[in-house]
Design a protein around this ligand. Structure first.
Ligand SMILES: C[S@@+](CC[C@H](N)C(=O)[O-])C[C@H]1O[C@@H](n2cnc3c(N)ncnc32)[C@H](O)[C@@H]1O
Length: 291
């Protein structure tokens, strides 16, 4: 680990030191990253930072910045350093208890908002709710909807609850601990099930820092079992969804066709597979047969 040393207390000194560490750690575009980290850490825009690089930085902020640069250089996601992450125009509090919301997952929201009716009450279940980015975004976008978030991890559910309260959605969102749709099976009253389940097999290649910092329960399945969460959810969703209800899955790269086929084999209609920002098929939209 590269230790960080500031030559002085000015913003310029902090920038220079970060630049040295990020360059040594072989990041792409260290000047952009150093400026970005420093502006986020000081809570100012990059333009404001640039305009006054001679300003002195208080000792507490210097210490926090040194900590950020070293953790970032070691691969920790920026969202964990900042404690929050933007998703579909809203801020979600995040830490190591939950997966960092991915911009690619926003295509599930786009698909949901296109397929779902906006003019009536909908009951939505999110399986593996994590930070709550999917469920809480849908509740915020669909003011008549009611939500239930399920997660196996009680730690993750604490973060979901913080976000639910911060977004003032407590009166429309309940949270339950349990496996997949287990806590809900038998109710047969849901209009929508949405899920971004863990779908990475041990050994698959991941971006820097992901396996080291993000919760294993949010990422990994057993070896050879990347489709098992989908099979489990499909089976339970058949009983849980109303006739004509929607089932929206996020899928790993290259798994869209397998999930679509599994959905059709379970008796669902396939409506759409939607690509993410990188052009990778990411959201599979299914529908329960109408009565
Ligand atoms: C890929 S993360 C998705 C988090 C969030 N929905 C998102 O899209 O960013 C998967 C989530 O599923 C949860 N999980 C893992 N196994 C589960 C299970 N058997 N039942 C319910 N949730 C589970 C994890 O704790 C994690 O929060």
């Amino acid at each position: 680990m590269n230790q960080i040393h500031f030559e002085g207390p000015r913003r310029q000194d902090l920038f220079d030191a970060a630049l040295r560490v990020l360059t040594a750690a072989d990041f792409e575009d260290p000047p952009w990253l150093a400026r970005h980290l420093l502006s986020r850490c000081l809570g100012i825009t990059r333009a404001a930072l640039q305009m006054d690089l001679q300003q002195e930085v208080p000792a507490g902020d210097q210490q926090r910045f040194a900590d950020w640069v070293q953790r970032f250089a070691a691969g920790e996601p920026l969202a964990y350093l900042e404690g929050s992450c933007g998703f579909y125009g809203r801020e979600f509090q995040v830490d190591a208890r939950v997966l960092v919301p991915r911009a690619d997952s926003e295509c599930l929201i786009e698909a949901a908002l296109e397929h779902l009716p906006h003019d009536r009450e909908l009951r939505i279940a999110d399986v593996g709710v994590g930070s709550g980015c999917l469920l809480l975004t849908l509740l915020a976008e669909l003011p008549q909807a009611l939500g239930t978030g399920v997660d196996l991890s009680p730690d993750a559910l604490q973060v979901t609850a913080q976000n639910r309260d911060a977004l003032q959605l407590s009166d429309r969102c309940e949270l339950l601990q349990g496996s997949w749709l287990g806590p809900l099976v038998g109710e047969q009253t849901f209009d929508v099930v949405i899920s971004n389940p863990p779908y990475i097999e041990p050994g698959e290649e991941l971006g820097p820092g992901v396996a080291e910092y993000e919760p294993p329960m949010a990422l990994f399945t057993e070896p050879g079992a990347a489709l098992e969460p989908y099979s489990a959810i499909l089976k339970q969703a058949q009983d849980l969804l109303k006739p004509g209800g929607w089932l929206i899955f996020e899928v790993g790269a290259g798994r869209d066709e397998a999930v679509k086929q599994a959905g059709m084999a379970a008796g669902f209609h396939w409506l759409e597979t939607r690509k993410d920002l990188g052009g990778v098929p990411r959201a599979v939209v299914l529908r329960q047969v109408q009565a």
